[in-house]
Every structure is written in C-alpha cells, then in structure tokens.
Design a protein around this ligand. Structure first.
Ligand code: ASP
Length: 407
C-alpha cells in the first residue's frame, strides 16, 4: 500500500511538472533563447541518463525473461502475437489519420507552395531495414542503442544460456543480478523525471507557443483529434476485450509514461517508465521486457496517423486530390514507414518523405509542417508508447490463458 502511495506521488509530481512547464514556457515566449540556453541542457542531461540506462535494461531484462521462461516456444508465441497486434493497430491508425484529414480538409489553410525547399534525406529501403535488424558485431548495437539489434542479441544469448544446460547456473545468477542492479539504477534515474519533464517541455513551449495558435492550428488539431480517437477507440476496446483490463485503469496507470512521452517526444526514452507502468498493470517482466522495446522500435501508431493527416494537408496545398488507390498506397507505405521510424524526436517527419513519394506528392511539402513538427511529435509519441503498453497487457493476458489451458 505504501509502495502504491509512493508511485502515485511520482505520477502527481510529473503532472505538476508538466503544468508548470506549460505555464513557465508560455511566460517565456519572448525569452525563448534563455529557456533554450539554460533550461534545455538539464532536460538533455536527464534524457541522456535515461538513454544510458535503456540499453542495459533491455539487454538484461530480455535475457533474464528468456531464462525464466526456459522455453523457446513461449518466446515465439509472444513474438507472433506482438507483431500481429502491432501491424493491425498501425493499419487502423493510418486509416483514422486519412479519415480525419479528409473530414477536416475543408478547414485546412491553403499555404502557397511556390518557394518551398526541403532536402529530403534518402529513406532506408525496406530490405535494408530488414538486413539492419541483425548485428554484425557485439559492440555496435549497444554503442548505437539500436534496439532491434539488441533484442536479437539478447534472444541469441538468452537461448544459448538455456541450451547449455546444467552448466548455466552461474551465468543465470550473473544475468539476474546484473538485471537487478540496472533496475535499481533505473529507479534512481526515474526519481528525477519531474525535473526532466519540466526542463524538456518548458523550452519547447517557449519556442513554439505562438505557433500553436498560428496558421497550422487546424492541421495540428486534426492530428490531435485522430490521436485521441485512436487511443480511445482502439486501445480501450482491445485492452478490455483481449487484455481483461478496464480502459479507465489502463489509462490511469499509464499516466506517468504518457506525460513523459509527451514531454520528451521519444519512445525509446520513455521505455523505462513504460516498463514501470505496465508492471503496475500486472504485466510480467518477461513479457514487457520483450514487447515494449520491440514496440518502441517498430510500433508507431501516432506516427502513422500524423503521416496520414500531413499527406492530405500537403496534397490540398498543392491542389492535388488523392484518389482511393492512392490512399490504400498510403496505408501500406505509412505502415512500413512507421516500422522503420526510430523512437527518437523528429524521426517520423523524415519518414514522411517515403509516404509522400509513394503517391507522387512533392517532398518539399514537408517544409509546410516542419516548423511545428515538435508539436505533432509530442502527441504521436504519446500514442506510440500507449500502443506498446496496450499490446503488452494483451499479450500477457493471452499467454496466461494459454498456460492455464495447457496446465
Ligand atoms: N518521436 C517519435 C517516437 O519516439 C517518432 C516520430 O518522430 O514519429 O516515437
């Protein structure tokens, strides 16, 4: 009970920090350079600490999870359910984005497109993304915090520990102890999250405050309506139907992670808090330690929604009417693009180039939305991590049922 109380109070502290950051940011709209120079660095320090702990947490918690499952088939079953859920919900998300874009299209501003310049980065082809999942050495996945490669590494080493049989006791103890050490380290870092949230969000509001009420307000509002509709409809229904958890309880326990994602715009950075929240929702570590890092890398429902809304907006600015087959193409490419998007701030905007190109829209159109990308990003990251958590609750419940049946 006292533990519960302590955790509640951290959520409240984060909430207060969030509100304080919005108020302070709005007061500093005319002194944005001060906020950027002196407040943002503390946010960056906090985010660095979180990123520092993410790699060992993912590596050791997946290994420790596999060792405790002692069953390679179970890992396969968890993996399959996870990927199916991620793909289906992302397809829904992009459909919501396109629907919302079409419904509100009439209210979007028509911005002149003659002087637009945007240098699109070369998007990574899908086959390269596939190849890049597999690490070619043991150091670079950790040095570059490449989550998919770390997951592959942890799976291989974890399976090997199981397969060497009785000789593995010492290494099992070692992995479990290291896992405990990094978890403790993470707990200490998370205690600082209210300060982190304040220092990350305040400069963003100070820099962008005026833009929120600027000409793109309707496009931003449309994206946020779609984010909320997707979260309320898809996550509430699936978490109740397949996860056996009431939507009210789910969103309540998820609040710290939601607020952190909103402030940091990084799914990977939110990973430790997300693990903490899903644990409170009753998800076993062995499931969350696999499902969440995978989701932070490949499951981006919010990003998919954003790409749908922006594609419609950019098309309307160029006076192009998207046809139904083009919209279907957007559903497919945005699903792939969201898989290829890294869980870091701004990554979704780079992948928007791939979506626009697939239907022949000019990539320079990205310049229309680039100025307010951070505001889109805060919402899409929040949806991204909520989808990951929802999946972990569902997979955990389905696995428990499967085991009960087998027993
Ligand atoms: N910032 C997002 C995330 O971390 C990715 C994106 O830019 O869409 O989930």
């Amino acid at each position: 009970m006292s533990k519960e109380k302590k955790k509640m109070s951290l959520a409240l502290k984060i909430f207060i920090a969030l509100v304080a950051a919005i108020v302070a940011g709005l007061l500093m709209v005319n002194h944005a350079s001060f906020a950027t120079a002196y407040i943002k660095p503390f946010g960056t320090i906090f985010l660095n600490l979180v990123k520092f702990i993410v790699v060992p947490i993912v590596l050791f918690s997946i290994m420790s999870g596999i060792i405790s499952m002692r069953d390679i088939k179970k890992v396969g079953s968890v993996g399959l359910k996870t990927v199916v859920y991620y793909l289906c919900t992302t397809a829904f998300a992009i459909i919501f984005g396109l629907l919302g874009g079409n419904i509100f299209k009439g209210l979007f501003p028509v911005v002149t497109t003659t002087d637009l310049v945007y240098e699109a980065a070369e998007p990574t082809p899908f086959m390269d993304t596939l190849v890049n999942i597999f690490p070619s050495n043991i150091i670079s996945p950790m040095a570059n915090a490449n989550m998919l490669q770390i997951i592959v590494m942890a799976l291989l080493i974890g399976f090997s520990i199981i397969l060497i049989g009785p000789r593995n006791q010492k290494i099992i103890d070692g992995v479990n102890t290291l896992n405990d050490v990094f978890m403790k380290c993470m707990e200490m870092i998370l205690e600082l999250s209210p300060i982190g949230v304040f220092c990350l969000l305040c400069p963003v509001i100070a820099e962008n405050g005026a833009k929120i009420i600027g000409s793109l307000a309707m496009v931003l509002l449309t994206a946020y309506i779609c984010y909320i509709v997707h979260a309320v409809i898809v996550y509430s229904i699936t978490v109740k139907a397949f996860g056996g958890v009431s939507p009210a309880k789910f969103f309540k326990e998820m609040m710290p992670a939601i607020m952190f994602a909103f402030s940091s715009a990084s799914s990977v950075g939110t990973l430790p808090i997300n693990m903490d929240c899903t644990e409170k929702l009753g998800v076993d570590r062995e499931v969350s330690s696999f499902v969440l890092p995978l989701g932070a890398t490949i499951n981006m429902d919010g990003t998919a929604i954003y790409q749908g809304v922006c594609a419609i907006f950019i098309a309307s600015c160029f006076g192009i009417q998207l046809t139904l087959p083009q919209m279907v193409t957007i559903v497919l490419t945005a699903t792939l693009a969201s898989i290829g998007t890294a869980g870091v701030p701004g990554a979704g905007m780079i992948m928007l180039a791939m979506v626009l190109t697939s239907v022949g829209l000019p990539v320079e159109g990205i310049a229309l939305v680039a100025g307010v990308d951070r505001i889109f990003d805060m919402g899409r990251t929040t949806v991204n991590i909520t989808g990951d958590a929802c999946c972990s609750v569902i997979v955990n419940n389905l696995e428990k049922k499967r085991e009960a049946k087998r027993a």
